[in-house]
Design a protein around this ligand. Structure first.
Ligand code: AMP
Ligand code: MG
Length: 337
């Protein structure tokens, strides 16, 4: 299959929408990461997403709609607190899980009796949803297990030849996926940290129980995607939790073993480290910036001659929680001082 690359203009949206209506899959930008969309009511179309990504069939997809009013078309009920969350955070980097009424394709929900719904807050995703007049099932547009794509080139690298087309809408803003919240219970539970922080959600709901599983890989998690490896760069990634002296000692040790070392660090730490190659992912005072650059960083070393990538750790406050959740999953080991 030849993968089309559309630059943004009206004709492109029409063509992409037509592909979607014909049951093809199309990648498009959202404010979090690029999504790989297909008609969420068409089983065959949704299967193509799983095939293109190599995604395990038991990992359900998020259904994207363009207005809160459409949520009711796919769910049995919206409990009051879930409605409050919808009012506050949608559109935005926020996904709500509700009891499914069975209208979304069986493959979308992986057979669960719940469905995940999001309203992307990005002009291109909004325009595409409106033009196609379809709910779009859309996971991140990367090969399963790889870092999520934050620009159209990343999508191309992973999925060229496997999908009908890519809408190039430039770099995404948030850079990390949505926060997934189970809204079926009286008290909402955060299943995956993301673009909306726990602190922001608690301003609406009051204090939430800490979900201890964020940084663990569980066998039977409530959100099936949590049990798989994710976001892995080509070279092994090791997280380094300690001072700049400790960090440099680890680099030197790998050098003694004849290994080439790539480093991902934010400033000011990055200024104190000497490695074979260094990716500066913003400043540690601005974790939003680190979030926006994280997946670039994880892909940056893929065509570089490094044997190992070392990355600093971040405080798990605000968006730092989502950053550390992704880094812990991407890493094959962690060293603390
Ligand atoms: P992504 O692969 O980035 O699109 O992430 C979607 C996340 O939402 C994965 O972790 C899924 O397992 C999770 N998810 C989607 N639908 C449901 C659902 N009905 N119940 C629980 N988790 C879900
Ligand atoms: Mg993903």
């Amino acid at each position: 299959m030849k993968t089309k690359m559309w630059k943004i203009h009206n004709q492109a949206l029409q063509e992409a929408a037509q592909c979607l209506q014909q049951g093809e899959v199309v990648a498009f930008p959202t404010e979090t990461v690029y999504g790989l969309g297909a008609d969420a009511t068409n089983e065959e179309a949704v299967k193509k997403i799983f095939q293109a990504k190599g995604r395990p069939a038991d990992n359900p997809l998020i259904v994207h709609v363009h207005h809160p009013i459409q949520i009711r078309q796919y769910v049995e009920e919206i409990p009051p607190l879930a409605q409050k969350l919808i009012d506050h955070f949608m559109p935005g980097p926020f996904t709500i899980i509700l009891k499914s009424n069975g209208k979304a394709a069986h493959t979308v929900t992986a057979g669960l009796d719940t469905v995940a719904i999001r309203i992307p807050d990005h002009p291109v995703s909004q325009a595409l949803l409106e033009t196609a007049q379809l709910p779009l099932a859309a996971p991140s547009a990367n090969l399963s297990g790889k870092p999520s794509p934050t620009n159209a080139d990343h999508v191309y690298q992973d999925l060229n030849g496997r999908i009908a087309g890519i809408i190039d809408g430039g770099a995404t803003g948030v850079g990390l996926e949505s926060t997934v919240v189970d809204g079926t219970q009286d008290t909402p539970v955060i299943l995956r940290p993301g673009g909306v922080t726990k602190e922001e959600i608690e301003q609406v709901t009051g204090q939430l129980e800490q979900n201890k599983s964020f940084t663990q890989v569980e066998k039977q998690p409530k959100s099936p995607g949590m049990k798989y490896n994710h976001y892995e760069p080509d070279a092994p990634l090791q997280l380094i939790d300690g001072s700049s002296t400790f960090f440099q000692q680890q680099i030197n040790q790998y050098h003694k073993e004849g290994k080439k070392v790539g480093v991902i660090a934010s400033s000011p730490l990055s200024e104190e480290l000497q490695a074979d190659d260094l990716y500066v992912c913003g400043s540690s005072d601005h974790l939003q910036e680190v979030a926006a650059k994280l997946y670039y960083a994880l892909r940056y070393f893929n065509d570089k001659p490094v044997d190992i990538i070392l990355c600093e750790t971040f405080p798990t406050e605000g968006v730092g929680e989502a950053i550390m959740n992704r880094l812990t999953k991407a890493a094959s080991s962690q060293l603390a001082e």
